[in-house]
Design a protein around this ligand. Sequence first.
Ligand code: FE2
Length: 447
Amino acid sequence: MATATTTPEPWFLSGNYAPVPDELTETDLEVTGEVPPELSGVYIRNTPNPKDGKGDHWFFGDGMVHGVRLEGGKAAWYRNRWVQTTKLERGLGAMDPEAMMDRTASAANTHVIGHAGKILTLEEGSFPYEISGELETKGCLDYGGKLQTAFTAHPKLCHETQELHFFGYGQLPPYLTYHVLDASGDLVHSAEITVPGPTMMHDFMITRDHAIFMDLPVTFDLEKAMKGDIPIGWDESYGARIGIMPRFGTNDDIRWFEVDPCYVFHPLNAYFDGSKVVCDVGHHEYMWRDSMDDFAPSYMHRWEFDLESGAVGSNRLDDVSHGFPRVDERVIGLKHRYGWAVGSRPDGSEREGMDAASVVMRYDMQTGGSTYHDFGPTAQAGEFVFVPRSDAAAEDDGYAMGYVYEQSTDSSTLVILDGANPSDTPVATVKMPRRVPHGFHGSWIGD
Ligand SMILES: [Fe+2]
């Protein structure tokens, strides 16, 4: 008699990384504590959720947005919806040539942002997909045919000008293009930037005056892609450089600074201080050397690029590994005092998978200290975003919110922390009708 054998599921299809099978709508959610009455809007987070329950890597699953509407001191509803892209409709895999060539074939699984009255779901190889405030897909955006490249999942919104600065990278030339949407959402600037080859450029930075690109040694290998293998990996021989140019600049304006080989998925923020561009980033010593499971943890790190002397400063700021660094959106490109991230436990025990963590931390760059909210050893928090109490509120006067999964009960909550006192008992904990799988990034979309 044949013996049945089972292959263990990879980590990204197990536990709370596993996808959920359907879409729910639940109203009038149970709350412990008080939803602050000044919060009126929807918190939406994006998550890879393969419709067929399978996949080659966490990064490739079909995008599903999970949203909670807060208004009048209540948690009015929870909804989760797949983003209805052409990739989902046609059932394409991430390595499918049809998906790689068609920019509408987005996984739409990485981030969700608000800009110019629209809510955009983003995945870095494709065009954005717009969704409604109730998470229904409205359609793919190509800006009147003007957008000719992919659209990063990490654009930067300038709070002062409401311009959205972003870039697109490609595995074929042009490898890198810088773009700007104006405050009304029109594509008003596109400039090709020369880099030595195709790299995975996940994120970038702005200051009030500059756009900043990270050309780091996670490179694409087209031969591997043609064979259907995962085409991305560490290549230290590529070198590592940071390009700084004026906002709305072109390739003629960029200045490259060499740094030690490393990878940065996510910067915290950047700003211009005297003659220096200061970049606080989540710095990995290496990324994907032997496989996509072979990566170094990220630590908060400060680069300082002196535009007068050409000197580069490079210093680790702490010894607690973290994921998902975020600042108050109002200070993007400006000097920040605080930063939010999920962190490893203070006892140094390892985080599970890439980013889930049981601690949410608030960095204080002025004092150099950190404040923690510890959800307990069996809790796994995703990204937390800061929401100011009002537009004029101080940088810590508001709330930090995100989904927290509790392993012992296989359930999730939306947790709202006091921005000034994050260690305190949460201001509110909203019970989700079902676990919310671990995912990537989200935003508070205020009314
Ligand atoms: Fe990201």
